[in-house]
Ligand binder design. Structure first.
Ligand SMILES: [Zn+2]
Length: 62
């Protein structure tokens, strides 16, 4: 799983997105910043966002 925390990009925001692929989390983050912060998603922003995407362990361990 991939995960991004919006607070890494927009200080103070607690939004987190998690998805199977980097493309999906970046898409979710882009939608979020557009709607929640009224920001334009620039290539520079996407580049910063991509550098903040983390790998996370899938929760279900049996
Ligand atoms: Zn945010």
């Amino acid at each position: 799983m991939k995960r991004i925390e919006c607070g890494d990009l927009v200080p103070g925001c607690t939004f987190k997105a998690q998805a199977e692929t980097e493309a999906d989390v970046l898409h979710m983050e882009s939608d979020h910043v557009r709607h929640a912060h009224g920001l334009e998603v620039t290539p520079q922003f996407l580049e910063r966002a991509r550098s903040r995407v983390k790998d996370v362990e899938t929760q279900e361990k049996k």
